[in-house]
Design a protein around this ligand. Sequence first.
Ligand code: PLP
Ligand code: COI
Length: 356
Amino acid sequence: MDISTTLNPTPVDDSTLAEILADPGFGDHFTDHMFTVEWTPEKGWHDARITPYGPLTLDPATSVLHYGQEIFEGMKAYRHDDGSVHLFRPEKNAQRMNSSARRLALPEIPEADFIAACEEIVKVDERWVPGSEGEKSLYLRPFMMATEKFLGVRPSRHVTFMVIASPAGAYFKEGLKPVDLWLTEEYSRAGRGGTGAAKTGGNYAASLLAQQEAYDNGCAQVVFLDSVEGRYVEELGGMNLYFVYADGSIVTPATGTILEGITRDSIITIARGLGHEVTERRFEIDEWRKGIESGDIVEIFACGTAAVVSPVGSMKSAQGVTPAPASTELTMKIRSALVDVQFGRAEDTQGWLTKV
Ligand code: PLP
Ligand code: COI
């Protein structure tokens, strides 16, 4: 893929950038450039370019605005102590973007082009990658959308893929304090035969009312159950879940209607490496309540690119409160094992890092 580059003539000045990187928050600031490439059935992917970051001009009839034919990814670039910058398992994000693309009737993008686009935006905006202190990173948001102008309901014949980047600190303002969860028994995030396993905006749109309910009840994330029986735990609005038993075994809900996280997958490898038995299976909401009550479940944690690994606190619902698990010990051990690889403080035995 040939990429043309037009540098931003007015990049953010050094002192403003230093201020932003000192406390980036999450998703509030954007780098000086963005990557764009277009697709049509006739020309395939074409016109790849890096340009100054800025607003898009879209016709009001652009189909993504009406039917939500859109997918996205989330990944991070990490700075190591020697100054080098690394992506974590970018090929996994490329593969998941293409499986989302298939579900949303969008064109696949060659894995190498996806990775090249991410690498190029990191290279051109390298000064935006924070230092490794405080576990800061540069969050990359690749996304693909239907950009044909028409109102009929059919897959778009003009598609745009972009990558934007945003320096990231902690996702949860409270830091590593266990996150309290709101269990919604009213709303589903994804249905049978639906788009739950794809990373598409509509899933998040469907989650927002429940998310607001969570905030209103003092909780940071929503627990979604399966939409058929309302009995099995699926995932949180933006993270996957893990349950740790007193005997050291670990259960994580099975896939199919959940977004299969890359952090989730990495943690299965890490936990097995630490000698824990990890099972992927359907997990009933009653097992959660009873496991806490009996003390059989000793830890619960959630994971995702943005939020890393976070201990889970209490679970609230209209029916009452299930208290927080007793411990966060293994959660913190797994969390360290993961971030130590990401920040180059532990050996990358799995070949997870790609140096930019
Ligand atoms: N589940 C949902 C709904 C998400 O939005 C995310 C975040 O990307 C995850 C799970 C975790 O996925 P990953 O670890 O690939 O970031
Ligand atoms: C990510 O972790 O990359 C996500 O997309 C989750 C979102 C809640 C920020």
